[in-house]
Design a protein around this ligand. Structure first.
Ligand SMILES: [Zn+2]
Length: 493
């Protein structure tokens, strides 16, 4: 096989990374393929390429195996490696509202842009919103995937179930796409669905450790407190974004987000440079529109903030700063602490929901309260069981002695006690659940443990009194003393 043929074969391959190409070429051809960044020419047998080379345009240098001294280069070709950015949209239209200019800039720099629509809104909207997202995709050229079935993420729904499905979907998509960059809402974006998606991306990337792709977050409903990456763009780009966004006719009828997208971009052209590079920095006059993102990188178990910079689509990645931002990413959200917009006044304030963010002391108080409520609940529950057991023994004794009237009175007492217990336990059970919800929002460890054990069955059993009243009431000492009951049969034996 001639070196020229090797080069031709390599160019025909759908090469995803330097590693794949390198593994492929020697096995097939017996030739060595040398890789270097554009412009650089190796003078001797090259060291293993730096991983960052996978993200750059590469030259392939093909030569026979270096049995003797390295031969001069035979040929030089430019190979394009495929680089992928994965965008997670809580709703169809978020890909054109969150960070559309950034995604389009990467697309134009030959990145593969994959937009994953996690939901399609309410069930009645599914057909319309799916048609809209497909129409938008033809306008943007973004590859579009829709999770099947779409994740149900409405405010009143089962948040734990949505969280589990999102975690599984994000992990599966990232495993499939091998993206170098992930774009999503921040976990503090106020909207319930946006925060669920942001948190699922955060937790999935944290699990990938140092292999995790870089994370770029946008903010629509919740402002980004720590922007680090600015994408500058011009009037033709904003026209392109607005024209694509127009595909979402149904959503725009309700609220014309085109106004927001354009106004925010203009606002950021003024605020962005000072927010990124320090107050007193100059805002370049020729930059009319800017999109802001917060970049985070997972390094050695910590979240590091990206370095403040303007986006260069041909080299979009840079080493992160030394600033750890895990305390921001993991902290309870405003929506979790103070309620979703519009819910204020309807939600009864629990501990920690009034005033400043929870500090260490408040968290520890909340934890004490959670333990206290749990143990009071369980103690009452034990007392109830003891009382019922005593009544049952007395009842059986009375029946054995033929004292049907006494047995009837005891049975009535048992009924009253059970009714009282049902009432008290329902009221207290609600309180225990509210405290547990608060603890889950404020204490991530507690949330993880609570949700990992929340199958539908165990959710019902989490308030143990329900299981007990569900079994004790039908089978307990509540049967009519005038009938031959299972209980009397047992006591006779
Ligand atoms: Zn949305």
């Amino acid at each position: 096989m001639e070196p020229e043929q090797v080069v031709e074969e390599l160019l025909a391959l759908p090469i995803m990374s330097v590693e794949e190409a390198r593994d492929h070429a020697p096995a097939k051809s017996g030739f060595y393929v040398w890789w270097c960044e554009e412009g650089a020419v190796p003078t001797d047998v090259p060291a293993p390429p730096h991983p960052v080379a996978a993200f750059r345009l590469l030259h392939a240098h093909v030569s026979p195996p270096p049995r003797e001294a390295p031969k001069p280069l035979v040929e030089t070709h430019t190979l394009r490696t495929v680089r992928t950015v994965a965008h997670f949209s809580p709703h169809p239209d978020d890909e054109l509202i969150g960070a559309p200019a950034t995604l389009m800039a990467l697309r134009d720099a030959d990145w593969r842009v994959v937009n994953v629509a996690c939901s399609l809104g309410r069930p009645a909207q599914h057909a319309r919103r799916e048609a809209e997202v497909r129409d938008a995709a033809t306008r943007t050229g973004f590859e579009t995937r829709i999770l099947r079935p779409p994740v149900a993420m409405s405010g009143g729904g089962d948040a734990a179930a949505a969280r589990r499905r999102l975690l599984e979907a994000v992990e599966r998509e990232l495993d499939d796409l091998r993206a170098q960059i992930v774009v999503s809402p921040s976990p503090h974006d106020r909207h319930h669905a946006h925060e669920l998606v942001g948190a699922a991306v955060r937790d999935t990337l944290a699990g990938l450790g140092n292999d995790s792709p870089r994370w770029w977050m946008w903010g629509i409903w919740g402002e980004l407190p720590l922007p680090t990456l600015a994408t500058a763009f011009d009037a033709s780009r904003i026209e392109q974004i607005l024209a694509a966004l127009a595909a979402y006719r149904g959503e725009l009828r309700r609220n014309d987000y085109r106004r927001f997208v354009k106004a925010r971009a203009e606002m950021n052209a003024s605020l962005g440079p000072e927010l990124l590079f320090g107050f007193g920095s100059e805002a370049p006059k020729e930059v009319r529109f800017v999109e802001l993102l917060t970049e985070a990188a997972r390094v050695d178990g910590r979240w590091l903030l990206g370095r403040a910079r303007w986006l260069d689509p041909s080299a979009p990645l840079a080493d992160p700063s030394d600033t750890a931002v895990g305390t921001w990413l993991d902290r309870p959200t405003e929506a979790g602490r103070f309620g979703a917009p519009g819910s204020q006044g309807r939600v009864e304030a629990g501990p920690g929901e009034l005033g400043a963010p929870l500090d260490e002391e408040e968290r520890s108080r909340l934890w004490d309260l959670t333990l206290h409520e749990d143990s009071v609940f369980n103690q009452r529950h034990a007392l109830f069981l003891i009382a019922e057991a005593m009544l049952a023994v007395t009842y059986a004794t009375a029946l054995g002695a033929g004292e049907n009237l006494v047995a009837g009175v005891i049975s009535a007492m048992g009924l009253l006690l059970t009714a009282a217990w049902l009432y008290v336990s329902a009221r207290h059970g609600d309180k225990v659940q509210r405290v547990q919800e608060r603890a889950k929002a404020a204490l991530p460890d507690y949330r993880d443990v609570a949700e990992s054990t929340s199958s539908p069955a165990s959710r019902w059993l989490r308030i143990p009194s329900r299981a007990v009243t569900g079994t004790v009431v039908p089978h307990g000492p509540l049967m009519s003393p005038n009938r031959e009951s299972r209980w009397t049969t047992w006591s006779a034996v």
